[in-house]
Design a binder for this molecule. Structure first.
Ligand code: PLP
Length: 381
């Protein structure tokens, strides 16, 4: 069986990106494939992070980031994986009692982060693959004095997409409750309106729908979230929202930023602006719909595949596909790897019974089509 290690690209590969480089074969639901131009943008020289060049770079990044998050608020940037900003959300915004909405592995991680930070946490769990019903969440919020709700927008382990606009509304109807949103495989792939939907804090990481290398966390705090941070003691140092707020106002970052990643982000934001955020959402929707349609077509050909998430609750960036008895998830990913394609395995407890396609970032319908063609051959063999 092909191992992960055997497919590590050599230094020679990475130094010579060719016009017909292999882009379009790597469909992991994170990290996602990064285009050679974006990788190349990282090779620019370093600048002093307290100098005018840094201020100019940050000033240049902010408008594009605000268009992406659909916000007038500044966008915080940190050298961290996305999990760091999940913890930041808890440390800055959750006071005593948290309601964790759990429907997969990453939402369960959010619950654990709240617990490990000493908060009282109740989980409202629905089966993996399902989404949270705003009415049920509203009922649950009436049962105790919650001050924060955690939710994963696009549950990467299952491909389910939570209705965060409605969930924000029920959280706010319940009183002084903030909604903390992990949109790591949502933002830049599916519609997000940070301001219009009053998402108190929303976070993402660079290596998913943004199609950048890993290592950069991005987030937006609404005034309500900042107000919480002001009231909260023991916010810690590295992820203190008040410190981010003070620095971003001067186009700076609290600590040394990951400059090379910021160069890549600058190049990527230019591309996103050229495509248009709404067009980017549409491209993802088209890729998702094509994937679901392909699953239906495979059923007609006798292979009983099933999209795990229900219609109406499916992410546009990642699809988790359940396999019929007799075909194991690892066999499918291995067969694809022999064909030169990387797809995701089933996550955690779904490892044997499912596989996942990360149709997100800079992939196109054409690339997806050729992936599905190979997958079809592999499954019909
Ligand atoms: C990948 C992912 C994370 C974790 O991101 P890291 O950058 O590895 O910390 C969190 N939530 C979701 C929904 C994800 O897909």
């Amino acid at each position: 069986m092909t191992t992960e290690a055997s497919s590590i690209p050599s230094v020679a590969d990475s130094r010579q990106p060719t016009a017909d480089s292999q882009f379009g074969r790597f469909f992991l639901p994170g990290p996602t494939e990064v285009r050679p131009e974006i990788l190349a943008a990282q090779t620019r020289p370093m600048i002093g992070h307290r100098g005018t060049a840094m201020v100019e770079l940050m000033a240049d990044l902010q408008p594009g980031l605000q268009r992406l998050f659909r916000t007038q608020r500044p966008v915080y940037l940190a050298a961290s994986s996305a999990t760091g900003f999940m913890e930041a959300a808890i440390r800055n915004c959750a006071m005593e009692r948290v309601l964790a909405l759990v429907n997969g592995a990453f939402s369960d991680r959010f619950r654990k982060i709240a617990e490990s930070n000493g908060l009282a946490v109740d989980a409202l769990e629905v089966p993996w693959g399902e989404i949270h019903d705003p009415g049920m969440v509203a009922d649950k919020l009436r049962t105790a004095d919650y001050d924060a709700v955690t939710v994963v927008h696009s549950e990467t382990s299952t491909g389910a997409l939570n209705p965060i606009e409605q969930l924000a509304a029920v959280a706010h109807d319940a009183g002084d409750v903030v909604l903390l949103v992990d949109s790591v495989t949502g933002l830049a792939g599916v519609p997000v309106e940070s301001d219009a939907w009053s998402l108190d804090f929303i976070l993402t990481g660079s290596q998913k729908a943004l199609a950048l290398p890993p290592g950069l966390a991005l987030g937006v705090a609404q005034p309500g979230a900042l107000e919480r941070a002001r009231r909260k003691t023991n916010r810690g140092t590295y992820f203190d929202f008040l410190d981010f707020e003070k620095n971003v106002a001067k186009n700076q970052t609290p600590n040394t930023p990951p400059l090379s990643l910021l160069y890549a982000l600058q190049a990527q934001l230019e591309c996103i602006d050229r495509e248009g955020v709404a067009a980017r959402w549409q491209r993802h929707q088209a890729m998702a719909q094509r994937t679901w349609q392909w699953v239906d077509a495979m059923n007609q050909r006798g292979v009983a595949l099933e999209v795990l998430a229900p219609p109406g609750g499916r992410s546009h960036t990642v699809t988790c596909i359940m396999l019929p008895d007799g075909i194991a998830g690892p066999e499918v990913t291995a067969a694809m790897s022999e064909r030169g394609y990387t797809i995701g395995g089933g996550y955690g407890r779904l490892k044997e019974r499912a596989f996942r396609i990360g149709h997100m970032g800079d992939h196109t319908l054409e690339e997806l089509e050729s992936l599905l063609g190979h997958l079809e051959e592999a499954l019909l063999k």
